[in-house]
Design a protein around this ligand. Structure first.
Ligand SMILES: [Zn+2]
Length: 207
């Protein structure tokens, strides 16, 4: 026994319940994958994509990493995006961050020299870029929450500007920025933040 027997038991119970409630559920999924959405979210265990939007297996193609980043040179994320948009035909890409994100907190704190600190350097860059906006916040908590939002908005821009969406797919693909609140389980649309990004940007600007 691996010590994880309870998980296997949960799996058996779940599979039996799914098949009981929706006969043929698994046999239908075996032959085709037609998700309607791509979810790019944080690895945080408290923000599971399917559960918080109430969708079953087969509906959401998922990529998650610490702080929900879309890095221009990350072949992992770009491959997921390419496969979702150009092979699976997904037309709605959701970048979802969350308040209380450990990756965002780490980016606002002194580096600990861990591997993850190298990853969140991308977020530190965003914090530097929007320093004025962040410093205008009333308290550290507000600053952290605002960086969570700005980070999502920047990643939305990264998706839009990725080579994957440079072609015909860009006209048909919608990219959404959302944020999840751990405190109440609710999602909020960050479209106003995404759209105001250019107004806040320093002279160098995001292009
Ligand atoms: Zn997080």
């Amino acid at each position: 026994m691996t010590g994880l027997g309870h998980l296997l038991e949960h799996n058996q119970a779940w599979a039996a319940r799914m098949e009981r409630e929706q006969p043929g559920f698994f046999s239908r999924l075996v032959d085709q994958q037609r998700p309607r959405y791509l979810w790019i979210g944080c690895s945080d265990s408290r923000v599971p994509a399917n559960q918080i939007v109430g969708l079953p297996p087969g509906e959401v193609f998922v990529h998650r990493n610490v702080a929900n980043l879309v890095v221009h040179s990350d072949l992992n994320c770009l491959s997921v995006l390419d496969f979702a948009v150009n092979i699976l035909g997904v037309r709605d890409v959701i970048v979802c961050g969350h308040y209380g994100c450990g990756g965002i907190k780490a980016a606002l704190a002194p580096s600990q020299g861990r591997i993850v600190d190298h990853w969140v350097r991308h977020v530190r860059d965003i914090a530097k870029f929007y320093r004025e906006e962040l410093e205008s916040q009333s308290c550290p908590q507000s600053r952290e929450r605002r960086l969570c939002e700005l980070n999502v908005a920047v990643q939305v821009v990264h998706v839009r500007e990725s080579p994957v969406l440079a072609g015909i797919a860009s006209k048909e693909t919608r990219v959404h920025g959302w944020i999840y609140d751990l405190a109440d389980g609710l999602l909020a649309d960050l479209t106003p933040t995404v759209e105001s990004l250019r107004a806040m940007e320093p002279s160098a600007g995001l292009r």
